[in-house]
Design a protein around this ligand. Structure first.
Ligand code: MSP
Length: 651
């Protein structure tokens, strides 16, 4: 028996400090697609994802909500897992850094590093950004004190810490990177790492903290907790049971074949992680691939900037496969790309509804009409058939080649080239003309057989990218047997069995009306993905806010200068408010109870420091909490709940 080939792929483990968005979805969908493709092509795969649950940021967020960190995290982790199920993500394991199995491994690794002299105790002083969990040198800070990544104020931290002697391994790593050109992908990132970090000389890395508690305790020095990166990076081996005495999974899957990361964390994965592994005597992952960012409004998504897209509303409207296709097709893996609702709808219409959907429905409709709903027996192949057959037979290898370099978009472009070829083949062979002439029956049967068999190739190859779509195609071209859905079944054209019955189904991807969809999506933007779940997660403290919380609210009385209905909306009013010298635009969902003209000149109470949010394409800068009633001009309190229902929502 030949040995089974194995394949291990990982995503970064995400911080559950807030809801996961479409950017996290991007990495996870990519990893899932790789895992599925390898599974399809005969590999025994292991796909790991998870959550990175320690650190000061989470400790602070939990404190703000008045709950314990674990209580704060659990609902977010659950929501993340639900989101992955909704996206058809099939991971083999989901590791949480609070799992006991992980904690033990991190403690052991830390001790081992200390005992072998890789880690020493000293004192740290520097500017620290808790939001980004990063230390910055004075020259890196913006405007003297601000974090160069997120722009928030940093704080001076001075504390006893353990440090990892990174420079001890620097020359070894430079050598390794230079001699293993495939290790860091895209290759330009390798040059960047060598030039910016490795050749100038590595600083020792701070690996423990004493100023916060939410982390894995250093067991031989309990006032320290392990500081994020050793904890986080170790997940890739703790999930395989490293150091537990049972090394089955380590033997089988380590070293990882591909570790996917966003470009902002490539440094940790190609410098600190290899050094940690080398210090443990373990081989390095075969490939670390740094992909680009999915931007929204040409900017990195950020909740505080209000420019975040979440997958839930998209999947609810168009299904996971449509979003998966868009993410994998729209931008080359490795480059940045801009997400827009418009480009999503346009892609769905052109590629999924028109190209693929039409091909499937035309083919099955013609087999029903001309062949009594049964796959026909093909006759002799003509040149026009042979050209298409050759292109179809070449497709699996072309797709595999692109997948070997993780070029999802190019792999899909190959599949769509064949879909285009098939649509052109229909136009060239004109089955509806053949159908009128009984002498052309054999020719007609051949054309329809070639189309159905070409679609079988397309459906089999689509599975890794769009897992639910192939099953919707199979019935429409008479495929039932599992053996006709495999990679091996693509070794030859012509496996489709004549005589098999066709099922007619509705459109695979209904055509969308752009304007209507854009409006619906922008309304969806106005609500958090799971606002109710978040509310229930913190329910024990509902009604109780601390003075600290209260002091954060900037409540102002503002004068209504203008007020009008938001076009095409029943509920929304757009206000222009005057706050003395400042003007503000605010959208509020109170059109049901107020006439806009009557509000002009009245006063409202405004929560003025709410993060700006886009509602129906309008940037709304604050929330109206109270407005004068139409009748007696007394102030009326508008509850946050009614605001949510009305689509103006809390951020
Ligand atoms: N917890 C660390 C990673 C530790 S791995 C040992 C972390 N977490 S994170 O929640 O901030 O997730 C970062 C990762 O999420 C990125 O590296 C990327 O994979 C994905 N993305 C988050 N936002 C993204 C975009 N806007 N675009 C593309 N990917 C994005 O860093």
């Amino acid at each position: 028996m030949p040995e089974t080939k194995t394949f291990y792929v990982t995503t970064p483990i995400y911080y559950p400090s807030g809801h996961m968005h479409i950017g996290h979805t991007y990495t996870t969908v990519a990893a899932d697609t790789i895992a599925r493709f390898k599974k399809l092509t005969g590999y025994d795969t292991f796909f790991l994802t998870g959550t990175d649950e320690h650190g000061q940021k989470i400790e602070r967020r939990a404190k703000e909500k008045g709950v314990q960190p674990k209580q704060y995290i659990d609902p977010i982790v659950e929501e993340t897992q639900d989101m992955w199920a909704m996206m058809e993500i099939e991971y083999n394991d989901f590791i949480r850094t609070t799992d006991e199995r992980h904690v033990r491994v991190v403690q052991d690794i830390f001790k081992r590093f200390y005992e072998q002299g890789d880690i020493y105790k000293s004192e740290y002083e520097g500017q620290y950004c808790a939001e980004c969990e990063a230390f910055w040198t004075p020259s890196q800070l913006k405007d003297g004190n601000l974090c160069p990544d997120c722009g928030r104020p940093t704080e001076l931290v001075r504390e006893e810490s353990y440090f990892f002697k990174m420079n001890k391994y620097q020359d070894w790593l430079i050598d390794y990177i230079e001699n293993n050109p495939g290790f860091i992908q895209p290759e330009s990132r390798a040059n960047e790492m060598l030039q910016n970090f490795l050749r100038p000389g590595l600083q020792d890395l701070c690996v423990s903290r004493t100023s916060f508690k939410w982390g894995i305790q250093v067991d031989f020095d309990p006032k320290h907790v392990v500081y994020v990166w050793i904890d986080a990076l170790a997940n890739y081996i703790s999930a395989l049971g490293y150091g537990t005495g049972d090394d089955t999974l380590m033997q089988k899957y380590w070293p990882a074949d591909v570790q996917l990361v966003g470009k902002e964390i490539v440094r940790f994965h190609v410098i600190y992680w290899p050094i940690m592994l080398h210090a443990l005597g373990l081989p390095l992952p075969k490939k670390v691939f740094a992909h680009g960012w999915l931007l929204f409004g040409n900017d990195k998504m950020s909740k505080s900037k209000g420019n975040v897209a979440y997958p839930q509303p998209i999947v609810r409207r168009y299904g996971a496969d449509a979003l998966r296709y868009y993410l994998l097709r729209e931008m080359p893996f490795g480059a940045d790309g801009n997400y827009t609702n418009e480009s999503l709808i346009t892609r769905i219409n052109s590629d999924l509804a028109n190209d693929l959907g039409n091909l499937v429905s035309r083919t099955s409709a013609m087999i029903i009409k001309y062949c009594g709903g049964k796959v026909p027996v093909p006759g002799e192949y003509f040149d026009v058939d042979k050209t298409l057959i050759q292109a179809v037979e070449a497709l699996p290898v072309q797709v595999e080649t692109e997948m070997d370099s993780l070029q999802f978009s190019r792999a899909l472009a190959h599949i769509w080239r064949i879909i285009g070829d098939c649509n052109r083949y229909i136009d060239a062979t004109q089955p509806w003309v053949l159908g009128k002439n009984p002498d052309e029956k054999e020719r007609l049967d051949t054309v329809l057989y070639v189309l159905a068999e070409a679609l079988r190739f397309v459906a089999v190859l689509l599975w890794p990218y769009m897992p639910a779509t192939p099953d919707k195609i199979y019935g429409q071209i008479g495929i039932r047997e599992a053996q006709d859905k495999t990679w091996d079944s693509l070794a030859q054209f012509g496996r489709l069995t004549p005589g098999a019955g066709i099922e007619r189904k509705g459109a695979l991807f209904p055509r969308l009306e752009l304007d209507k969809e854009l409006e619906a999506l922008s309304e969806d933007d106005a609500t958090e993905p799971n606002a109710q779940e978040e509310a229930s997660a913190i329910a024990p403290d509902k009604g109780l806010i601390s003075m600290d919380d209260f002091e954060k609210l900037d409540l102002r009385v503002a004068r209504v200068e203008q007020c009008e209905k938001v076009p095409k909306s029943e509920k929304l009013l757009k206000f222009t408010l005057s706050l003395g010298t400042q003007k503000r635009t605010v959208v509020s969902g109170i059109a049901g109870s107020y006439e806009p003209e009557k509000l002009v000149g009245t006063q409202v109470v405004l929560l003025s420091n709410l993060a700006p949010r886009k509602i129906k394409g309008i940037i709304s800068e604050g929330m109206i909490l109270s407005a004068a009633s139409n009748d007696d001009k007394t102030l009326k309190l508008l509850t946050v709940e009614s605001d949510i229902e009305d689509g103006a929502g809390i951020s």
